[in-house]
Design a protein around this ligand. Structure first.
Ligand code: MYA
Ligand code: FAD
Length: 627
């Protein structure tokens, strides 16, 4: 059978130790063991099946998501899973749901922005899921511009309460995941008003629904915002709308790590920077970078395996056609994506470290690295999600016609992934933040302040001073170019973190060699993509450009025999991939054929509607009626 033999033969060609590469990909032997065990647990549990997801109506889809979430929670309790194992389980269930926001944003917000007492009160409830929370920041009128939010939280000194209110239609909370149908609580961001004075945006814990019958509490209007892009996909999530009509909450439900409101209505600032109110976004952006490597590697795994199974043209001496993976054009589109998946994995690891480091410093009242952490998380979130969204679509095209079938797994992956370019900060808005950070760094160059961390290279580039003078003309005017500069800065981070990874001790036969090839492919591909910029700025000569392209071609040949093993190293189960084209065994055609017959349209041989709409045309009754 074609697919079986092809993938088995590809695997036998690998020139490196795949098991050791799995460890590198996972991050450690321990993480590999956990993710391997939990992914199999999910794959073998029939409740977590997802093959009919794209065919369900919204209501059935959502109910099925609730069923899975409840089952996941039950298994987590029964098996006494650790926090790490539980997070892996939710990851492999692979269905956006209210749980993501509860664990991914609600809890981290209370941890990051709540006082010790507030954490003690709310976290045990949230950890045991006695309450379910979401993150209600974005409004109908404002998402990117957080300082433009309109919801108000007015302090009432008479009752020692805040009055949460939506003064306009555009102040309606709009988008928060988990809000529409499930959450009992939310961290709501609103303007803090004391004695008619506006102190800007802060977070407040607000109960939304009764814990007895799940009905909205008085003064609260709440619902789902409607169908989103694609079938299945992000429609498993109840993104919601929420309005407040003078809803009262106790004073101690304002998150008070950054600033406190006293019983007398006095605002007291802590010694931490006010930007910590934005802290959850930094945390989630960092997570999104690691997630990008998962989504991209998943698409690349499907496209690579299928490219080795698929044959078109080029009849060989043995009478069979050429595997499409052997075409140089296919390699030049696929292998840079394979390299990007690895590159994003390693930059994600580094970003996780950076985030932990900044947190430890914050505990010790050292706030010096916060601006860099913000710039890195914002910029890398933008770069990796844009590249991943484009990469998934490229993988679909790499799979030809079959890539467009839902059973390839790629349409749903694309639909579920693309909002990552928008949520947690629109990618352009985030790059503008990076640009501001870069300009600020450049402006300090002359003052004797040495650039550090990811901007250390700036101290070595003389032209940057002139660059600063040019930007003085107007940030807004030059913003399109500045966004390009921000992307270039982030690309430099990705490449340098890949190189740093290679400097670590990497065990396993041939593993380091493969990673070196992938690192070079990533760097040279970026150079190739932006050749115009490199040449026009005199960074490289035309001769160097052509050498770089020749080197890239030779690297593709080096990676070719290892391609299947390099995607096997992601260690994805067929359940997680949910793709007929990406099956581990390569048994593509019989399964594609089998899948087609499962479509509800094939339940009957003659379709519903035949008698009303097809027969009259065929029998020319419609035409006769007209005549
Ligand atoms: C298990 C876990 C799973 C995780 C996944 C969960 C599922 C995910 C599912 C998806 C869920 C999706 C969920 C969702 O989508 S949740 C909603 C997400 N929303 C956004 O991301 C909104 C984006 N907008 C902003 O962040 C702000 O409005 C920006 C930044 C654009 C402007 O801001 P602002 O209007 O204030 O003006 P400013 O630019 O003068 O900035 C002022 C100063 O502040 C500094 N600054 C700015 N920002 C930060 C920061 N963050 N940390 C530290 N510092 C920061 C900045 O450098 C400047 O410093 P300086 O130059 O003055 O010194
Ligand atoms: C699937 C999904 C889930 C979400 N989940 C949540 C959630 O759980 N909680 C929550 O609070 N929010 C959530 N959001 C909201 C999300 O965070 C916002 O949609 C996002 O921050 C973008 O803001 P916006 O919609 O206001 O875009 P806009 O800012 O209106 O963007 C529109 C266009 O304007 C451009 N633009 C905006 N400002 C500038 C500028 N200064 N300079 C140049 N161009 C600019 C953008 O680049 C974009 O092209 C979610 C969104 C989605 C799609």
């Amino acid at each position: 059978m074609a697919g079986f033999d092809d993938l088995a033969s590809e695997r036998s060609k690998a020139q490196f130790d795949v098991e050791e590469m799995k460890v590198i990909w996972a991050g450690s032997r321990h993480t590999l063991e956990v993710s391997d065990r939990i992914s199999r647990l999910v794959a073998n549990d029939p409740v977590f099946r997802k093959d009919t997801r794209t065919m369900l109506s919204r209501k059935d889809l959502f109910k099925n998501t609730l069923r899975k979430a409840a089952h996941a929670w039950k298994r987590i309790i029964e098996l006494r899973l650790s926090e790490e194992e539980a997070a892996e389980l939710r990851f492999y269930v692979d269905e956006p749901a209210f749980m993501d926001l509860h664990w991914g944003m609600f809890i981290p917000t209370i941890k990051g922005q709540g006082t010790e007492e507030q954490q003690q009160k709310w976290l045990p409830l949230a950890y045991k899921m006695k309450i379910i929370g979401c993150y209600a920041q974005t409004e109908l009128g404002h998402g990117s511009n957080v300082q433009g939010l309109e919801t108000t939280a007015t302090f009432d000194p008479q009752t020692d309460e805040f009055i949460i209110h939506s003064p306009t239609l555009t102040s309606s909370k709009w988008w928060p995941g988990g809000l529409g149908k499930v959450s009992t609580h939310a961290v709501v961001y609103g303007r803090l008003i004391i004695d008619s004075k506006d102190y800007g945006v802060n977070g407040f814990i607000v109960q939304l629904r009764s814990l007895d019958d799940h009905l909205p509490l008085p003064g609260i209007t709440i619902g789902d915002i409607g169908m989103k892009f694609g079938s299945g996909a992000y429609n498993t999530m109840d993104n919601g709308v929420l309005r407040f009509d003078h809803v009262r909450i106790p004073r101690d439900q304002m998150l008070m790590r950054v600033s406190q409101v006293t019983r007398e209505g006095k605002l007291v600032q802590s010694n931490v920077p006010w930007q910590l109110v934005y802290g959850t976004m930094v945390y989630v952006r960092q997570k999104i970078v690691s997630d990008a490597s998962c989504a991209l590697s998943r698409a690349v795994c499907i496209a690579t395996r299928y490219s080795a199974v698929r044959r078109q043209f080029g009849l060989q001496s043995n009478g069979i056609e050429t595997q499409v993976i052997d075409y140089k054009t296919q390699q030049s589109r696929l292998f840079p994506l394979l390299a990007s998946a690895y590159a994003f994995r390693f930059v994600g690891e580094w970003l996780k470290w950076l985030y932990m480091d900044v947190n430890q410093r914050l505990q010790a009242s050292d706030f010096s690295t916060l601006p860099e952490a913000h710039a890195c998380t914002a910029g890398l979130k933008s770069l990796t999600t844009s590249a991943t969204a484009d990469g998934i679509e490229e993988c679909r095209k790499l799979c030809g016609g079959h890539g467009y079938l839902c059973s390839s797994g790629l349409p749903e992956l694309f639909a579920v992934y693309i909002p990552a370019c928008t949520y947690e900060g629109d990618n352009i808005v985030l790059l503008l933040q990076v640009a501001r950070f870069l300009i600020k760094t450049v402006s300090q160059l002359g003052s004797g302040k040495e650039p550090v961390g990811t901007t250390v290279y700036m101290g070595r580039v003389e032209q940057l001073m002139q660059c600063h003078c040019a930007v003085q003309k107007g940030f807004l005017e030059l913003s399109a170019d500045l966004v390009q500069a921000a992307v270039a800065h982030c690309q430099l981070i990705v490449v340098s973190k890949f190189i740093e990874k290679l400097q670590q001790d990497i065990p396993g036969k041939g593993v380091k060699g493969q990673l070196e090839a992938l690192c070079n492919i990533y760097a040279l591909f970026i150079l190739h993509k932006h050749l115009g910029d490199f040449l026009s700025t005199g960074c490289i000569t035309p001769k160097q450009a052509s050498l770089a392209n020749a080197q890239l071609r030779s690297l593709y040949s080096q990676v070719r025999p290892n391609a299947i093993a390099l995607v096997d190293a992601f260690n994805y189960t067929d359940h997680y991939l949910s793709s007929v084209l990406g099956r581990y065994d390569g048994n593509v055609y019989p399964k594609l054929y089998e899948e087609a017959w499962k479509d509800p349209l094939n339940d009957s041989v003659v379709p519903d509607g035949y008698q009303e709409y097809i027969q009259p045309i065929l029998k020319q009754q419609l035409r006769n009626a007209r005549l």
